[in-house]
Design a protein around this ligand. Sequence first.
Ligand SMILES: Nc1ncnc2c1ncn2[C@@H]1O[C@H](COP(=O)(O)OP(=O)(O)OP(=O)(O)O)[C@@H](O)[C@H]1O
Ligand SMILES: [Mg+2]
Length: 295
Amino acid sequence: MKHLHPKTIELINNFSDKERIKSIKKFKWIGYTNAKKIQKKLDDLLDYPKNLRMPNLLLVGDSNNGKTVLLDRFANQNGSHIDEETQELRLSVLMIQAPPDPDEKRFYNAILESLFAPYRSAEKVELRQQRVIHLLKKLKLKMLIIDEIHHLLAGTMSKQRSFLNVIKYLSNELKIPIVCSGTRDAFNAIQTDSQLANRFEPKVLPKWNNDQEYLRLLASFEKILPLKQPSYLIENSLATLILSKSEGLIGEITKVLELSAILAIESKIEKINRNVIENIDYTSPSDRRKMIYRL
Ligand SMILES: Nc1ncnc2c1ncn2[C@@H]1O[C@H](COP(=O)(O)OP(=O)(O)OP(=O)(O)O)[C@@H](O)[C@H]1O
Ligand SMILES: [Mg+2]
């Protein structure tokens, strides 16, 4: 079983088929080059000296292409800790999901909720904003990550503008980098404000192509999928088939490989081949959309 990571070999040798299948369904992080580059950028931003004009970052990418997973991992690595000198609670990175509509109160609620801080629904928006700023300063927050930012920028032009001002205000008051993540709509909205556009460096998680990086990703997956036989996923015909089914999205590549590996175990074939991939119960994203249209 030279095709596998030593930990994966251990898994095959010590666990039942059922347990192997369960392990396939568990999320396992793969550090592909683009993700590592963005992570390095986030590390640099985290230690950026405080000044009046902090740089921000906008992570742009298609849905299901790894934005949340990447940011979540970074936020978890830089979570809360107790300052040894002062014995006070510190939080380096706070990550929130933007509420589903561009409502300023709900936006502050999302921050307060993630800090387990109480709020009254009657509390005025200005007060809520000041309380958020006070709390984040007290925790010595070093970076705020707002995922799904396109929700906040989805309303009318004037709503969009007022949210862009909220982001600008927070960034100025806290003097910390703000990292936003969302779809291309978010990028377009930020471009409408030249001051923000200058301050938000865009980083893109592009769709996957049939290149060296993609083959490296498949090779990493092959090492951790607990199958007794080598599948040679990087061989041209398999790599192309997986890419066309998944339409270049890492979430879909993961799904195709997960379902294929499970079928390979259940059918005792113990490797992923064309036949296995063709027989999984999986619908490509564009076919899913077509199915909905036909309803
Ligand atoms: N680095 C990674 N290693 C392994 N699997 C990954 C990685 N990144 C993403 N995935 C897989 O892709 C799926 C989708 O990723 P994620 O939720 O981060 O997408 P997203 O870009 O945030 O999408 P959306 O815009 O819809 O929120 C994950 O659930 C995971 O299965
Ligand atoms: Mg996401």
